[in-house]
Design a protein around this ligand. Structure first.
Ligand code: UDX
Ligand code: UDX
Length: 468
């Protein structure tokens, strides 16, 4: 099918490349000419596994890039809207980009078109798009508006597209539902998985994935509610971790005890410095605003957000407790992205903490495998902020090392080298990447989340014991 995807950001670009991999003719549109030119040159503007291979395979063939939305609409049967839906000052979703795209689509419709919401939007947005097209005099028989929310996670977006837990198709007409099913047919009938060689199935992949066909309102709500529930799980385990710290219990054991209940599950119960990213913070505020608009005071969501904000403050207090005064102290920071596997720093807890440490007069030596360029743009320029090329360089002569992002490579550091590089053997881990016992054996004072703090054991003795 001929498909257009409007918005070549994290969601839109991945969707466009994956639709091409499913065998569709795809036009990826963005109003950012530099981004389009960059994509036409074969460059990849975001850090996502498998995306470079997909773009190399399809660009210039079944996948083209354009700024000409009207032309793309005329050339396509289905148009997916994946533009940004940032938060307004009040917290509700800013839908002005979605509206302006809908109006441009209206101006270009010359035959039947299926318009599909891909961005995370509040319930009723499909009604507003329908109304906009009608008010712009597009005959009702020439369009349908549907919702196909995206559940991909940054860092594993391509894999999540092909191996989702479910595919939600929100349509209010038989014709729209059929077209959406046809677009995803290679996943539904399993043919994609027979021919696919590029993207291996993750453990527990459901092949073919279940399809959930609903009305558009339900689909819009499924997305908001799913993100809100995932964020709630994270704030819940963080709140329990804080109680563990207060009573001397161990969140690993508690998490295991909770997660072993099949009604709860272990996933998304990793305590840390709180959630970030372009979705959870914005979607929680957006969902709360929707609830408010329809007369439901969804107080629970407010609590989820407050616990999340408090988690950053708690981590800062741990740094103060370890270093006493912060002014003039040098800290090594491992991780700037909002989570491992991505270069995205939007609403990153790490960025917020680096900002706070700088304003407290600290010197910061920061390292991140992929997000330093974006962090350098976002953080204030300061002689006390340095971006370095390795975790060991970050640790050099630092009073403490802070782990802020759960990058895989941070789990296998040479702890001896880190300890030698640091001025004081203090590690404050906001992601629980290490076992307290191991850190003590290596002579560290180790502070983490929801686990007892450990003090350095005699490193020499332990080295002998560890046979090093
Ligand atoms: C977006 C939404 O922000 C998010 O709510 C939703 O869940 C998924 O899609 P993301 O892809 O991460 O998330 O956004 P972003 O990376 O900001 O990409 C949006 C793209 O749309 C940008 O490239 C922007 O240039 C483009 N855009 C925006 C248009 O092409 N036209 C517009 O009118 C506005
Ligand atoms: C999220 C949703 O998972 C995805 O389905 C949706 O489409 C977009 O929003 P993403 O923001 O990419 O995806 O990241 P995710 O892996 O969900 O992590 C979000 C934040 O929660 C990160 O800051 C992460 O570090 C944090 N997190 C996640 C925890 O603190 N603990 C956990 O157990 C899981």
């Amino acid at each position: 099918m001929r498909i257009s995807v409007v918005g070549s950001g994290y969601v839109g670009l991945v969707a466009a490349a994956c639709f091409a991999e499913l065998g569709h003719q795809v036009i990826s549109i963005d109003n950012d000419i530099q981004k389009i030119e960059l994509l036409r040159r074969g460059e990849v503007p975001i850090h996502e596994e498998f995306l470079p291979q997909l773009l190399e395979k399809h660009s210039g063939r079944t996948l083209t890039f354009s700024t000409d939305l009207a032309g793309a609409v005329r050339a396509s049967a289905a148009i997916f809207i994946a533009v940004g839906t940032p938060s307004t000052y009040q917290g509700d979703a800013d839908l002005s980009y979605v509206e302006s795209v809908a109006r441009e689509i209206a101006g270009a419709i010359d035959s039947y078109k299926l318009v599909v919401e891909k961005s995370t939007v509040p319930v009723f947005t499909s009604d507003w798009i329908r109304k906009t097209l009608s008010l712009d005099r597009v005959p009702a028989e020439l369009f349908d508006v549907a919702s196909n929310p995206e559940f991909l996670r940054e860092g594993s977006a391509v894999s999540d597209f092909f191996y989702p837990d479910r595919i939600v198709l929100g349509a209010d007409s038989e014709r729209a539902a059929c077209m959406l099913q046809e677009i995803y047919a290679p996943l539904r009938d399993g043919s994609f998985y027979q021919s696919n060689v590029l993207v291996p199935p993750p453990a527990e992949a459901r092949i073919p994935p279940p399809f959930i066909v609903t009305g558009t309102k339900s689909a819009e709500l499924i997305k908001h509610a799913s993100n809100a529930f995932l964020a709630l799980k994270i704030s819940f385990i963080n709140a329990v971790a804080n109680i563990c710290e207060a009573v001397g219990a161990d969140i690993r054991e508690v998490r295991d005890g909770i997660g072993s209940d099949s009604r709860i599950g272990h996933r998304f119960l990793n305590p840390g410095i709180g959630y970030g990213g372009s979705c959870f913070p914005k979607d929680l505020k957006g969902f709360q605003a929707v609830a408010r608009e329809v007369g439901c005071d969804f107080r629970l969501l407010q609590e989820v957000m407050s616990i999340n904000e408090e988690q950053r403050q708690r981590f800062l207090r741990k740094v103060r407790n370890a270093l006493w005064t912060l002014k003039g102290k040098r800290v090594a920071v491992l991780g700037l992205a909002f989570k491992g596997g991505t270069d995205d720093i939007r609403e990153s807890p790490a960025i917020a903490l680096v900002d706070a440490l700088l304003s407290e007069g600290c010197e910061v030596q920061a390292y991140d495998p992929a997000a330093m360029a974006r962090a350098e743009e976002a953080l204030p320029r300061s002689p006390r902020l340095a971006f370095v090329q390795s975790p060991y360089e970050a640790a050099r002569d630092a009073d403490a090392l802070l782990i802020l992002t759960d990058w895989e490579e941070f789990t296998t550091l040479d702890l001896g080298r880190i300890s030698d590089a640091l001025k004081r053997p203090i590690v404050i881990d906001g992601r629980n990447l290490y076992e307290p016992e191991e850190m003590a054996r290596h002579g560290f004072m180790y502070v983490s989340v929801g686990r007892p703090e450990v003090r350095p054991q005699q490193r020499a003795a332990n080295n002998v014991a560890a046979g090093s």
